[in-house]
Design a protein around this ligand. Sequence first.
Ligand code: SAH
Length: 269
Amino acid sequence: MIPAIRPMAQRPAVSLVGAGPGDPELLTIKALKAIERADVLVYDRLVSEAILKLANPDAVRIHVGKRCGEPSMKQEAINQLLIEQAGTGQYVVRLKGGDPLIFGRGGEEGLALAAAGIPFEFVPGITAAIGCAASASIPLTHREMSRSVTLVTGHVVSGALPAWAQLIGAGQTIVFYMGLEQAREIQSGLTLGGLSTDTPLAVVIKGSTPDEVVHVSTLGKLTKLGQIFKGQSPALLVIGDVVRLRETLNQSLTSDVDSMDTPKEVFFG
Ligand code: SAH
């Protein structure tokens, strides 16, 4: 049988590109090439200035995220903007934090472009859970500790309640995006669902950037942490036994202990 010949892929008019969690070095090569080639960059709040600097200085930059308390552009208006810009024949790069398809509404934009008959592509990025786990030294699925990792949006908490019972189970790691604002609901949902208040938890703020903050605690203190870190953004919650490994894996933490019998300058010199 003669294999089917696939038609040559059309060059996309729009690329929906994941910019990763913040560190420009965590961009994929494909994302970098798209950014460098873009005529128009449509980006939101989570895309760092360091990444925007990689674009051609002549490229048009359009910010569609929240800024100084102003609401962000409505999704429908962003979809329309992408269609209009692509219609002018310019190459449009829609840059999103993390991965465009993980709580990034990339699917909605893709559907709008498809309906308008505009060729587009998705370029994946390192999603916050993966980027923050690496920089905070938390192995999300460490063998014998965790068999699965669930990515959950904190946003659904106030509307449709997540099925808490399904999130809880031995050997399960849970990562909440947009969860800090819903700290109280998450703490009560998970504990009423049967998860121990002693379950280790990490809050990672601005993960993978020079301003990263990692705070390790337990589920029982989540409501309090929500108050302490109120307004800090972006923030991710990692819940599960694997959080315990950070202490051993993170060399900047262990170096304090090791330095007791090691010349200081080796570590701090
Ligand atoms: N598409 C993105 C997620 C967008 S939703 C991705 O794949 O990562 C926005 C949420 O992502 C934030 O509220 C926060 O929970 C999380 N987030 C994104 N970047 C982050 C970072 N550098 N550090 C901590 N959390 C981050």
